[in-house]
Design a protein around this ligand. Structure first.
Ligand SMILES: [Zn+2]
Length: 354
């Protein structure tokens, strides 16, 4: 089959041919043109949860629906940011997006959403990190901070030396580490210990941003999730007024915080945080939200395509021999990000899937 049109990121018009699931630029006689338009390397949702909903683990049928919703939206590479479900079977299905699994989140006892995480004490942390590093696909997910009931506010889940040992353990096993972080206090502990990525990152300050730039620590802001903070504040306000105030403050500053990181040069990637309270299939909404913060449209799209693919060890460009994972749009998404919500064609592993 043939796909033709301007191919992003460079935007040069080309004819791409698909043979055996891969791209070739070699013209193929008799190839059928299946799409023409703006061609984008398969989109990436760098933070979502497959096999998880508000209550915890979901069945295989629901898991499949989540993966299909992402795929049909053009998200063909998913970085699962923690799931109690064993979703390895998804990787055996050619019709479902490529999946990078993190295993199960690791949180402090009774300090995370029920049924989500392994809930452990500091002296057990490295044991669980070792287990999840072996079980996942090169990433481990920590819950960096959460409400601590006695303090009534966000607090780091573990002491700094426990975090440092956890990160060193994962690195020794060849796995990267990321952490859920809403507040400020946990961030220096993790960044100093060499964490590879921060999820949410609403507590970032100029000093911490400089440290992230220096260590090339990535940031996945999950901008759509940050819009939920006032709701979380309202739900908790009566019992935990300090926490509610913190969440409202982090929410009020979120654009400035994320844009300060972007402008300083922190590598930022798009993640929807689907699978907890938010729906799957919304990568277009996350790109638009990042652009609404002030990130130029082309960069916001790159954060959900070529730059994210490269970060996760996949092809950034649709060159000779690249996997034929691509999305075609009727108009140039760099000029109008609203077109991202309606892909004209989605091709995964060389097959038209949507
Ligand atoms: Zn998440």
């Amino acid at each position: 089959m043939r796909v033709s049109g301007p191919v992003l990121p460079d935007g040069e018009p080309r004819d791409l041919y698909v043979v055996d699931g891969r791209i070739t630029l070699e013209p193929q006689p008799g190839a059928e043109t299946v799409a023409s338009g703006w061609v984008v390397p398969g989109l990436v949702d760098a933070h979502c949860h497959i096999g998880l909903d508000e209550q915890g683990e979901v069945d295989q049928e629901t898991t499949e629906e989540q993966a299909v919703a992402d795929r049909d939206a053009g998200a063909l590479l998913l970085r699962d940011c923690g799931s109690p479900a064993d979703t390895r079977w998804v990787q055996d299905r050619d019709d479902l997006p490529r999946l990078i699994r993190m295993g199960r989140h690791i949180a402090r006892t009774r300090r995370y959403i029920r049924n989500y995480a392994h809930e452990v004490e500091p002296d057990e942390l490295t044991t669980y990190v070792e287990q999840e590093a072996r079980r996942g696909d090169g990433w481990v997910k920590l819950v960096g901070d959460w409400i601590e009931r006695d303090a009534g506010d966000l607090k780091p889940s573990f002491p700094p030396e426990a975090f440092a040992a956890a990160i060193a353990t994962a690195h020794a096993l060849g796995a990267k580490v990321t952490a859920h972080c809403f507040g400020v206090e946990v961030l220096p502990m993790l960044i100093d210990a060499g964490i590879d990525c921060i999820e949410h990152g609403t507590g970032l300050t100029p000093d911490l941003i400089d440290a992230m730039v220096e260590s090339r620590t990535a940031l996945v802001p999950t901008a759509m999730q940050l819009n939920q903070f006032p709701k979380y504040a309202d739900q908790a306000a009566e019992k935990f007024p300090a926490y509610a105030a913190t969440m409202r403050d982090l929410h009020a500053r979120r654009r400035d915080t994320i844009m300060a990181a972007y402008e300083a040069g922190v590598p930022i990637f798009a993640g929807t945080d689907a699978g907890g309270v938010l729906p799957h299939g919304e990568i277009a909404g996350e790109v638009r939200e990042l652009a609404a913060y002030g990130i130029p449209a082309e960069d916001a799209l790159g954060a959900a395509s070529w730059r994210a693919r490269e970060w996760l060890g996949w092809n950034a460009t649709l060159d000779e021999g690249a996997p034929a994972d691509l999305v075609v749009f009727d108009a140039d998404p760099r000029q109008d990000l609203t077109v991202l919500a309606s892909p004209a064609r989605v091709i995964l592993r060389g097959t038209v899937v949507a």
